[in-house]
Design a protein around this ligand. Structure first.
Ligand code: C5P
Length: 205
C-alpha cells in the first residue's frame, strides 16, 4: 500500500501525510527534506545551487543533516527548489525514495513527483493544493508563532517564485498525476483537510 501525497509548498500536504501515516499505520517520508538537505549541503560546501555539478556533489550529505531544524527555514526551502531542477540531483535521490516507497507493509511519501515519477503504481494518489493567498496566510501565522517577522506579501512572492520553478522545470514538474484525487484545502481547516484525505485514500484502497 503506497500513498502518494503531492502538492505545492504550504498546501498542507505535510500535515496530511503525517496524519495518513498515523491513521493507516504506515511509515512516512517527507521527500522535500532530502532536497532541503542537498540545498543546505551546497551552501556548507561553498558551492553554487545553480551549478549541476555542485548540486550533485551535495547529494552525498551526512544523514545527520536531515535532523537539523535549519532545514525547515525559508532560505533552505529556496535552495532546495533551486537544486531540485537539476536532473542528476533527482536521479541521485530516486533510489532512496523508491526503496522507502516499496518497503514491506507500505508507506506514505509526500513531495512533488511521488505519484508521477517515484511511485506511479501507488494505490492512492492525492494532490493537495490551495490558493497562494491561503498558503501564504498559513505560512505567515506559522512563522509569526516561531517569532520570525516577515511581511505577508514577501511570503506570497516567494511562494509564487517557487511554484513557478517547480511547475516549469523540465524534469518531474509539479503536476497532479492523471489518476490523482485533487483536494483543495483553501477553505478547509486542518481537521477537515485530514478527514477529506482519509476519506479519499479509503475510497482508493
Ligand atoms: O516540500 P518542501 O517545501 O520541503 O520542498 C522543498 C523544495 O524541494 C520544493 O520547492 C521542490 O522544489 C523540491 N522538491 C522536489 N521534489 C520533491 C520534494 C521537494 O522537487 N519530491
Amino acid at each position: 500500500m503506497i500513498i502518494a501525497v503531492d502538492g505545492p509548498t504550504a498546501s498542507g500536504k505535510g500535515t496530511i501525510a503525517k496524519a495518513l501515516s498515523a491513521h493507516f499505520g504506515v511509515p512516512h517520508l517527507d521527500t522535500g527534506l532530502l532536497y532541503r538537505a542537498v540545498g543546505r549541503q551546497v551552501l556548507l560546501a561553498g558551492g553554487d545551487p545553480g551549478d549541476p555539478d555542485d548540486a550533485l556533489a551535495a547529494c552525498r550529505f551526512e544523514d545527520a543533516l536531515l535532523e537539523d531544524p535549519v532545514l525547515r527555514d525559508e532560505e533552505t526551502g529556496g535552495l532546495a527548489s533551486r537544486v531540485s531542477v537539476h536532473p542528476p540531483v533527482r536521479e541521485a535521490l530516486f533510489a532512496r525514495q523508491r526503496a522507502f516507497a516499496t518497503q514491506d507493509g507500505g508507506a506514505v511519501l509526500d513531495g512533488r513527483d511521488i505519484g508521477t515519477v517515484i511511485a506511479p503504481e501507488a494505490a492512492a494518489k492525492l494532490f493537495i493544493t490551495a490558493s497562494v493567498e491561503a498558503r501564504a496566510h498559513r505560512r505567515f501565522l506559522e512563522m509569526r508563532e516561531r517569532g520570525v517577522k516577515v511581511a505577508l506579501i514577501e511570503i506570497q512572492d516567494d511562494l509564487r517564485r517557487r511554484d513557478e520553478r517547480d511547475r516549469n522545470r523540465s524534469v518531474a514538474p509539479l503536476r497532479p498525476a492523471e489518476d490523482a484525487m485533487v483536494i483543495d484545502t483553501s477553505a478547509l481547516d486542518r481537521d477537515e483537510a485530514i478527514a477529506a484525505a482519509i476519506e479519499a485514500v479509503t475510497f482508493a484502497m
